[in-house]
Design a protein around this ligand. Structure first.
Ligand code: CP3
Length: 344
């Protein structure tokens, strides 16, 4: 346990070489993922079939020896478990039934009813905690309430989260009720992942950047703080990584305000700025632009080295600024890893 590099970085240790993993490391850029995905039939069946979900989680560990594995699942399994309809349209993304009125909200199940649907996810975690190499850290995750709510309100991904912002303006009480139900469900879900063997949990707030001013406090900061406080009460030794993507200057102070052990940085934040303003409070994760996994070459090497150097005086976990994309070249991933591990 004590010798897992990711856990050491999360405890605040400055390591000579940062440990590394990659958002969406199990994904369509890998031929072995595409083969298992085809075997499963569709994306949700892959998420809900423990042997196959464990298999795709392990694939990037076998190929690259990353320091962490992230549970293969999706942030939208929570709305599914709360009783909404969820399906994925190939080439387009997720579709859901929508919550736009009190009567829609009243069809949602209570937070503690999610286990019925999510039991296979906990089984995936149990398989992984048996099968991962002893030096590899197992990360569980959930979406943050705001980000998940944007999909539940719009019924799909949206470029500007317009429908969620509109509901927030028009019916604050209903919007708050959605956030509260998601906050409770997220606590329940992450606790169950930890009970099953997750050693770290990460909260993905992919659309945090569209919350401004007081909204950021109320709907990005406050739910994260509630989730982390509840988890720390039950599982004080489990580190939490928060990812308020595109939070910009609001990255500063986010760890202190929420109790997160680490904040994940997207690549719109300059590493030199973040080293001064964010890493002063603890571990940071990030933040190479995922486009380098497509383009590769000397630019990838130079930018990787710049990031490693910028964060070298404090605790750091190397990662991308966002998920790797399907058009990435698996060889560029190897080049990034070799560059991180051979630098200095
Ligand atoms: O990081 C990992 O490898 C773990 C698994 C994981 C997935 N999604 C698998 C996935 C994680 C952590 C997520 C998080 C997720 N899912 C987020 C937050 C992080 C982010 O990327 O901003 C969001 C917003 C979602 C919702 C979601 N899931 C969308 C919008 C899509 C469609 C877009 C796309 O890339 O096709 C998904 C599908 C999805 N989730 C895929 C994977 C590997 C691709 C599905 C496929 O195989 O066809």
């Amino acid at each position: 346990m004590a010798n897992k590099l990711i856990l050491r970085a999360l405890e605040g240790e400055t390591l000579p070489v940062p440990p590394i993993w990659m958002m969406r490391q199990a994904g369509r850029y890998l031929p072995e993922y595409r083969a298992t995905r085809a075997q499963a039939g569709d994306f949700l069946s892959l998420c809900y079939t423990p042997d196959l979900a464990a298999e795709v989680t392990l694939q990037p560990i076998r190929r690259y020896g990353f320091d962490a594995a992230i549970l293969f699942a999706d942030i939208l399994l929570i709305p599914d478990a709360l009783g909404m309809d969820l399906w994925f349209v190939t080439g387009e993304g997720p579709r859901l039934s929508t919550i736009t009125s009190e009567s829609d909200f009243n069809t949602l199940k209570p937070a503690d009813a999610i286990h019925d649907k999510l039991a296979p996810v906990y089984e995936t975690v149990r398989i992984l905690s048996r099968e991962l190499p002893e030096e590899t850290t197992l990360i569980g995750f959930a979406g943050a309430p705001w980000t998940v709510a944007t999909y539940m309100i719009a019924g799909r991904g949206t470029p500007d989260q317009g429908p969620a912002h509109a509901l927030k303006a028009e019916n604050r009480a209903l919007f708050q009720a959605v956030i509260d139900r998601l906050t409770e469900a997220t606590i329940t879900y992450l606790s169950a992942q930890i009970d099953a063997g997750a050693e770290v949990v990460k909260i993905f707030d992919s659309w945090a950047g569209s919350l401004k001013g007081q909204d950021f406090d109320d709907f990005a900061l406050e739910p994260a703080k509630r989730i982390i406080a509840a988890l720390k009460q039950k599982h004080p030794d489990i580190p939490v990584i928060a990812f308020p993507r595109e939070a910009g200057e609001r990255y500063e102070g986010f760890a202190k305000a929420t109790g997160a052990d680490c904040v994940a940085l997207d690549n719109s934040v300059d590493a030199a700025w973040a080293a001064v303003h964010v890493q002063k409070d603890g571990c940071v994760q990030g933040n190479l632009a995922s486009s380098h996994m497509v383009t590769g070459g000397q630019a990838l090497v130079d930018e990787t080295r710049r990031i490693v150097d910028a964060f070298s005086k404090g605790p750091h976990i190397f990662n991308l600024g966002h998920g790797i994309t399907p058009d990435a070249d698996p060889e560029n991933v190897q080049l990034m890893i070799d560059t991180v591990r051979s630098h200095r």
